[in-house]
Design a protein around this ligand. Sequence first.
Ligand code: BEZ
Ligand code: FE
Length: 287
Amino acid sequence: MGRRLCPVEALKEVHVSTTEVGRHERLAEVVPDVLAAIHEVLERHRVTEDEWYAVLRFLTEVGRADEFILLSDVTRTSVLIDAMSHGADDAATASDVEGPLYREDPPWREAPVKVYEDYEGMGDGEVLFVRGTVTSTDGAPLRDAVVDIWQTGPSGGYDVWDERQPDFNFRGRFGVDESGAYEFQTMLPKPYTVPTDGPVGRYLEAVGQHPWRPAHIHFKVTAEGHAPLVTQVFFPDDPYLENDTIGAVKAALVRPLERHDGAERGLDAPFVTCDFDIRLRPLAAQG
Ligand code: BEZ
Ligand code: FE
């Protein structure tokens, strides 16, 4: 999982950051507006004391269950922050929400990169090769780029949810070649539901929002002198492309799949390929 702080540690971090003058000014600027907006909604809806305490109990549970990132995602707040943070920069590959399922220190995988081990329950999943080049926005190959991917397997779950899978299955970091090219072997993921067994699951049910995400692969890509990119790749014809529960699908990130005969790669079953070229923005060009 990504870096998680317990509430006490998080408060300490806020305290440290608020002692820095710039951050303090920012809080002084934003917090009164947040409070005014909350107060206005409470007044407009005549929220009762019981209802307000129910809200506080819910938020306490969200924190205890470590589900604040998930809550931010399903309320489409993460998508809003991503859009404001990375803006529309057509020269670079579009960014996307990271989500709560990233795990630090995934295994380094050498070429030919394969990001999974076979496991009981993978069923008749299709082998997928994802390939492309990592370049700067001017097209120059970025030979020191590192690609880090994570995804669900064909059985629909992440390694952390699926006991049948080896640890760090369908996760990995790897480099690119002299021309910036990368390729990895994986399996075509399937749509899955975000976790529904905690307080955020109850919230989704209460507001009548389904928990499904379209199939996707997450990417984090870094290279010297360039802004790191966090993004996701989606595939055509997925039933949830138009109604991802976190609203994170961007048309430019829906990449076609091409079907191949297994014999082309010495495989005993047909396989699919997906081309995904990645362009990173030079740091100097950041607005
Ligand atoms: C994910 O894509 O891994 C994800 C995103 C938001 C909430 C839960 C999972
Ligand atoms: Fe995901």
